[in-house]
Design a protein around this ligand. Structure first.
Ligand code: ADP
Ligand code: MG
Length: 262
């Protein structure tokens, strides 16, 4: 039996704004085991990013619990969080005033316990690990392509070797070639580092290529979870629209094998 890395139990996420309560999650439960590459899909505004922020401990459950590696996520603290959970945010991936290498080294410098030469060496190792050339180390974020920016942000997320990696729409905004390359990198890191990965994505190709399991967020909770074939067979309206619409047709062909012509 695999160890449980994330346990979300009857989670409620409620925001209070302008005198109103906005209920984003209501009794949402989800368990993620070690070594999984779980993809989360759901409509825009369905609470996917808030769910990742809950796992990272940046949001607190209004009710229910979020446990990461046996501890409440919200009690990890910033430094604890970086060594347990790496996060690739959807926007604002890098600090624009820092070079690539300084961005990657940032979480290590924050510790204020490691010598500068060690920090430099570790950051260089991570730079290479995500497939960036040494010449990228002293570039500024404004001079990077979208794919390189994502790679540098990934190196920073992994600089403290966390066992759990969270990715929020990692291929959004990348051209198809860069998206494919980033997916191949994720797949190899998932295997080589034995990472547990939780990825929010809209991209059906990414989803089907990489996921060991899929969870669908709708109606403020998880409405389906399991293999792609299992999830696609569920009758929920969001699932029908997402998987069986225009862009889903290719997905079902991929899953069922190419139909014979004639
Ligand atoms: N800090 C916040 N305060 C109030 N509402 C929020 C906050 N963060 C997110 N929300 C709301 O929660 C809902 C889900 O947001 P989000 O998780 O970002 O959706 P998505 O599934 O597109 O990632 C949205 O309606 C959003 O406006
Ligand atoms: Mg989002």
């Amino acid at each position: 039996m695999s160890a449980t890395v994330v346990e979300i139990d009857k989670l409620w996420s409620v925001f209070h704004s302008a005198g109103m309560d906005a209920v984003v999650h209501q009794n949402l439960s989800l368990r993620i085991d070690a070594g999984e590459l779980l993809s989360i899909v759901g409509g825009s505004g369905s609470g996917k990013t808030v769910l990742l922020r809950q796992i990272l401990g940046l949001e607190k459950p209004t009710r229910g619990s979020v446990t990461v590696l046996g501890e409440p996520a919200a009690s990890m603290g910033r430094e604890g969080a970086a060594s347990r959970v790496g996060m690739l945010f959807q926007h604002g991936a890098l600090f624009s005033a820092f070079s690539v290498l300084d961005n990657i080294a940032f979480p290590l410098r924050e510790l204020k316990t490691l010598p500068a030469d060690l920090i430099h060496d570790v950051a260089m190792v991570k730079l290479r690990m995500v497939g960036l050339d040494a010449s990228a180390a002293h570039k500024m974020p404004a001079d990077l392509s979208g794919g390189m920016t994502k790679r540098a942000a990934l190196a920073r997320a992994l600089v403290m070797d966390p066992p759990l990696l969270l990715l929020d729409e990692p291929t959004a905004g990348l051209d198809p070639g860069s998206a494919d390359e980033f997916c191949a990198l994720l797949e190899s890191l998932h295997q080589e580092l034995r990472l547990t990965v939780v990825m929010v994505t809209h991209d059906l190709d990414t989803l089907l290529e990489l996921s060991t399991r899929i969870a669908v967020v709708a109606d403020k909770h998880i409405v389906a979870e399991g293999t792609a074939a299992h999830v696609m067979a569920q009758p929920h309206p969001f699932i029908k629209e997402y998987f069986l619409g225009e862009r889903g047709r290719r997905a079902s062909i991929l899953l069922q094998g190419t139909p014979k012509s004639g």
